[in-house]
Design a binder for this molecule. Structure first.
Ligand code: MCN
Length: 778
């Protein structure tokens, strides 16, 4: 039954904000348990070494320390993430290092003490005898013929090495009128959620359950991992997610520390809490984004792209993460490089290269910030070579008929690729930025654009194509009405900043003809729903929202059925609106939803004879296509200060299309937050490693996180191309801001450097690089 959209599309204020903004949020560290022990980890000071012995006797003798364990003491199974494809080599991440350490910061032992200070002090008393080994600190280093192996199982230090699509592009390059190249590099970053990782694990006898409160994006996945590693039944593990202060992909994988904490709690039969500190977060959690591209593109004389040939190396660190594996960055890059452009011939080789660095997780955007950088640089370069306008070259290549069957095997659903670019350019022109750039001879002003799409709503089908051994995709929702007419929706998605309490309530409210205030969203508890995949990959609006809508529809049908019976009407004539079940042609014949609910539970004798008491419905929703593509164009104006090399952002405009917008305020907030993270990657944040494999950014003094002072106002305009297959018409958009920003900023900086003969091809763009470029131009 079609529904009137009353709440979907409305700028409903975020319901979670009063709680979160007045300090009433409850995060893992706010939870206390009597008798809880604090955990801290003995971490390797070396990037590569053999462990000869670990002596914890000094640790356990220390005041306040209650226990300390090595891998051998805990005896738990490590985490093994698998891609079922021959190009992938699985490796195991031991819960605590066993025999070898492979990155500086790797946990070697866990210390349990009365408080976090005693635990931390205790770690200092561990005596670990190491034999240092040569560390492999870059992808180039790792791929050298004489490089030591990060894992014995790996040949050539690659977890994954795939060549995809078309082996015959060479013939196109041989005859093309124009061939351009880029060697793009991006720095290693940390997703840096405000709240670091943390968990509190306890065994609850009464329920025969290990209960783990944890700051995660994927509660059921954590449950599966804990059950496997600890040898428990899934029923014996309950994962509960309190408020989470951001995850950005870093928390959609399972951390070995979290397993170690749970194992210690199980063994000691005492609650154990661990809260990661910022240094651990920066150096020893999950990083991302360190990639290198060698790409060439062939164009015809009119600026039409003929072929693309890419060599992609992702420095994924020492371990393959559960459940996605270290293949997630290279596979995403290889599959999606063509982006919004019609690329007829395409070849890509992509490798996940093992190095002695902290492992990587799928950080917001997952390779798409880099592939957009690549494509947008190629468009600019081809335009320059051919003497064409760069926006005209983009327009010549943008996908303009839908659905588009990509050379990469992906089907692109309709979007507003051309319109978003037109609108973005038009607005910046009307505002006079082009005139300013062209006339302000004494200032270095540049304008940059980035056109991109964001595949969202990956369902089972799309993930299965990756051949993961644990295949996410579908999601589940249950909608339940209580005898007073109030609704509780439980879902398998797990928000950690995205505002699902508001948006999912809007979806259910429309289906049930209620105010969103009457709908409570509950998620993040594995005992609530049988399985769910959590929140990552911008899946929750498209897939979780689809499940909520379907389940709410089923409940609405039940309400109509009961109301029709009570009113002596046909159920097809009953509409749900404003808390009433009404006859569509005779609005006076109506019964309040609350009364129907009361009948369903408390006065069941008034129900139709063939209807069971109670009001609940469940639905599973999946997307059985390649997914759905949001799209956007970012336009940015920068000014370079030639004295300092600093880049200042003068104007930032996003014209985006994520299908039906459920809540424009939330979408704007997501875009703005994403853009800020994209700018961070473009201009500021980078974790380098020295030749011994030591990370050089261990605090926020060294890791330059932009503040409100560096991030401009981000103006967001919406276009709306509804998705035909997500139930709500929504496409996801939670990563787009981050995906588009680096390319738009790099293009703008290069535009500001025009005439100097220098083009930058790496992010972050540091003041030193800019100064050097300007120096060279004098
Ligand atoms: N939305 C909407 N209309 C649409 C699409 C989305 O109103 N057409 C709303 C959704 O209902 C949801 C929000 O926008 O409230 C984001 O939706 P969606 O794109 O489905 O993304 P997810 O909810 O699945 O969130 C995941 C995405 C990812 S992959 C990362 S990484 C990320 C992000 O969201 N991490 C975040 N945004 C974040 N925001 C915060 N505050 N913290 C993080 O860690």
């Amino acid at each position: 039954m079609s529904t009137r959209r009353k709440w979907v599309g409305a700028a409903v204020p975020r319901r979670e904000d009063p709680r979160l903004l007045t300090g009433r949020g409850r995060y893992v560290d706010d939870l206390d348990r009597a008798g809880a022990l604090s955990a801290a980890f003995v971490r390797s000071p070396l990037a590569a070494a053999r462990i000869n012995s670990v002596d914890l006797s000094g640790v356990t003798a220390a005041e306040g320390v209650r226990a300390a364990f090595t891998a051998a003491d805990l005896d738990v199974t490590g985490l093994t993430a698998v891609l079922e494809r021959p190009e992938f080599t699985p490796t195991t991440t031991p819960v605590l290092a066993t025999g070898r350490v492979r990155y500086a910061g790797e946990p070697v032992a866990i210390v349990l003490a009365d408080d976090p200070y005693a635990a931390e002090d205790g770690t200092e008393l561990a005596i670990v005898d190491y034999t240092p080994q040569r560390a492999v600190t870059s992808a180039d280093d790792a791929l050298a013929a004489d490089a030591p192996r990060v894992h014995d199982e790996l040949t050539a230090n690659t977890f994954l090495d795939v060549t995809a699509f078309d082996d015959d592009v060479d013939e196109v390059f041989a005859t093309a009128e124009c061939v351009v190249r880029t060697s793009l590099r991006s720095g290693r970053q940390n997703a840096l959620p405000l709240e670091p990782r943390g968990c509190l694990a306890e065994w609850v006898d009464r329920d025969d359950q290990l209960v783990v409160h944890i700051s995660t994006q994927v509660p059921h996945v954590v449950r599966t991992a804990l059950a496997r590693c600890l040898g428990l039944r899934e029923r014996q593990v309950r994962v509960v997610v309190p408020d989470v202060g951001g995850g950005f992909g870093l928390k959609c994988v399972v951390g070995r520390e979290e397993i170690a904490v749970a194992a210690a709690a199980l063994r000691l039969r005492r609650p154990v809490k661990w809260i990661e500190d910022r240094r651990e977060g920066l150096t020893a959690s999950f990083l991302g984004r360190e990639q290198q591209y060698q790409v060439r593109a062939a164009f015809d004389g009119g600026g039409r792209i003929l072929a693309l040939d890419a060599e992609i190396r992702c420095d994924v660190g020492a371990y393959s993460v559960f459940p996605f594996t270290s293949g997630v960055e290279p596979l995403m890059a290889a599959a999606e490089l063509p982006g919004v452009y019609r690329v007829p011939r395409y070849r890509a080789r992509a490798r996940a290269v093992a190095t002695n660095k902290a492992p990587t997780a799928p950080y917001r955007g997952v390779s798409r910030p880099q592939i957009v950088l690549v494509m947008e640089r190629l468009m600019e370069r081809a335009a320059r070579e051919l003497g064409l306008d760069a926006l005209a070259v983009r327009r010549r290549n943008l996908i303009d008929t839908f659905p588009h069957a990509g050379v990469n095997g992906i089907t692109y659903d309709p979007g507003s690729y051309r319109e978003s670019l037109d609108r973005c350019e038009q607005r910046l022109r009307e505002e006079g930025w082009f005139d300013l750039r062209d006339t302000a001879a004494d200032r270095r002003i540049g304008i940059g654009f980035a056109c991109f799409n964001e595949r969202t709503g990956y369902g089972t089908e799309a993930f299965a194509q990756r051949r993961m051994s644990v295949v996410p995709g579908y999601d589940i929702a249950e909608v339940r009405m209580d005898p007073g007419g109030a609704v509780t929706v439980t879902t398998g998605t797990s928000a950690h900043g995205q505002g699902h309490e508001t948006t999912l309530a809007q979806i259910a409210a429309d289906q049930l003809g209620l105010h969103p205030e009457a709908v409570k969203i509950r998620q993040g508890d594995t005992d609530l729903v049988s399985y769910g995949w959590g929140t990552f990959a911008s899946r929750s609006a498209a897939i979780g929202g689809g499940a909520v809508r379907l389940a709410a529809d089923r409940l609405a049908a039940r309400l109509r059925r009961i109301a029709a019976h009570l009113l002596g009407a046909d159920e097809d004539d009953i509409e749900l609106d404003d808390g009433w079940c009404r006859h569509r042609d005779d609005p006076g014949r109506a019964v309040p939803v609350a009364e129907v609910a009361e009948v369903a539970y408390l006065r069941a004798h008034r129900l139709p004879k063939d209807l069971e008491p109670g009001l609940s419905a469940q639905a599973v929703f999946d997307v059985l296509t390649s997914g759905t593509f949001s799209n956007a164009t970012h336009g940015v104006v920068v000014e370079l200060d030639p004295r300092t090399g600093q880049t200042r952002l003068l104007r930032y405009l996003v014209v985006e299309d994520c299908g039906v917008v459920i809540n424009p305020t939330i979408v704007d907030g997501q875009v703005r937050g994403g853009v800020a993270q994209g700018i961070a990657g473009a201009l500021y944040e980078r974790i380098d490693y020295d030749d011994d494999g030591q990370p050089t950014a261990g605090s926020l003094v060294d890791y330059l996180v932009p503040t409100a002072a560096e991030i401009p106002d981000v103006d967001v305009e919406h276009l709306e191309t509804p998705c035909a297959f997500t139930e709500t018409g929504a496409k996801g958009m939670g990563e787009g801001g981050t995906i588009g920003a680096p390319a738009a900023v790099l293009n703008a900086v290069n535009d500001a450097l025009r005439g100097t003969g220098v083009e930058l091809d790496a992010v972050p763009i540091t003041p030193e690089q800019v100064l050097r470029a300007l120096e060279g131009s004098r």
